[in-house]
Design a protein around this ligand. Structure first.
Ligand code: UT7
Length: 334
């Protein structure tokens, strides 16, 4: 999918995490679980929960402002806003349009993209094309989720895993040979049933029964998703590296989707990467679906774990089922 007319880089990163912390001890009071089970099976210690009056567009706007400041870019300069989310404020208008309004990004087009936890990498790949071809110069990409609104807080299989937050990047042209080098995206709709929210769409519109049967919540077959994730994290990373003419020995830093520490450790082991070269924040934030990679990236850059000219791999898997990996030559002084 490489059509490199102009090199495209990340000009700035940003994030927003709600202040409210929900710990494993809090969850022990809500469902039949334990801090020990959650830590050993997932690595998660706590997660953030958005205030009731905040929706995805509010979190996304804060992350976007942070990224715009970092990129030294004003909202009026944006040509396009793309938001990856599975928890939009409403079905329509898109969350991207609400962010456009909040930012007063007067010349920007705006749309949402849904690819589950791979959403950010899908969005990045799509947004890149507009800049590579010279159509646009500045594109804002946001991954945002308020998963706490679609979690069944009585289901211990899922409620311990997820959290709320937003991450954003501003894309623009960069030096040749730098920025986003390659991206691979994949999907397998046969696996869609393993991670889904059954009701509320055109297949099963909301009724009293769908609400009573708790069908407006996330349903997941955890072990199927786990097996798929372990396989795809490795495969997608290798494919993206090969496409860019690089090998696993060239990786300086891995920014993986933050779902489960056992999945991340397995991927880093297969990629022969020590854990010091792998970003982990799921202990503090849990799984924030499409927001997890841009938040992790922002942390890694701002804590100087990523430096100019480093080779970065970002890799994700999620509902769809979907997967994706991007290889970047970091183009910015941190
Ligand atoms: O971003 C994509 C989104 N999803 C994922 O990435 C999820 C991927 N999957 C996973 O991370 C793991 O499969 C889980 C963390 C969801 C589950 O871990 P597991 O090691 O695969 O456990 P399991 O599903 O095999 O369940 C083992 C046991 C079961 O009990 P029984 O049937 O063996 O008696 C579960 O009922 O653990 C039980 N269990 C729990 N126990 C205490 C499941 N959830 C909990 C819980 N607390 N929260």
């Amino acid at each position: 999918m490489e059509n490199r007319i102009r090199a495209v880089g990340i000009l700035g990163t940003g994030k927003y995490l709600p202040e409210k912390v929900l710990t494993n001890a809090d969850l022990e009071k809500m469902v039949d679980t334990s801090d020990e089970w959650i830590i050993t099976r997932t690595g998660i210690r706590e997660r953030r929960i958005a205030d009731p009056e905040m929706a995805s567009s509010d979190l996304a706007t804060r992350a976007a402002l942070d990224a715009l400041e970092d990129a030294n870019t004003s909202p009026e300069e944006l040509d396009l806003i793309v938001v990856a989310t599975v928890t939009p404020d409403v079905f329509f208008p898109s969350t991207a349009c609400l962010v456009q309004k909040n930012l007063r990004a007067t010349k920007a087009g705006a749309f949402d993209l849904s690819a589950g936890c791979s959403g950010f990498l899908y969005t990045l790949a799509v947004a890149k094309q507009f800049i590579a071809t010279g159509t646009y110069n500045k594109v804002l990409v946001v991954g945002v989720e308020v998963l706490s609104r679609i979690i069944d807080w009585t289901d211990r299989n899922t409620c311990v895993l997820f959290g709320d937050g937003a991450g954003a990047v501003v894309l623009g042209p960069t030096e040749e040979g730098k920025g986003i080098l390659t991206t691979v995206l994949g999907s397998d709709g046969e696996g869609g049933k393993f991670l889904t929210m059954p009701a509320g769409g055109s297949k099963m519109p909301a009724t009293i029964e769908t609400v009573q049967n708790r069908l407006h919540y996330v349903k997941m077959d955890g072990s199927e998703v786990f097996k798929f994730a372990v396989r795809k994290m490795h495969q997608a990373s290798i494919e993206a590296l090969e496409l860019s003419g690089k090998g696993i020995e060239d990786i300086d830093y891995l920014v993986p989707h933050q779902a489960n520490i056992r999945i991340i450790e397995s991927a880093s082991k297969k990629l022969k990467l020590p854990m010091e070269k792998v970003h982990v924040n799921l202990d503090r934030f849990g799984n924030i679906s499409s927001a997890s990679i841009p938040i992790a990236l922002d942390e890694a850059v701002k804590s100087k774990k990523i430096k100019k000219d480093d080779l970065i791999v970002m890799v994700a898997f999620g509902a769809g089922l979907t997967w994706g990996a991007s290889v970047l030559r970091w183009n910015k002084e941190s």
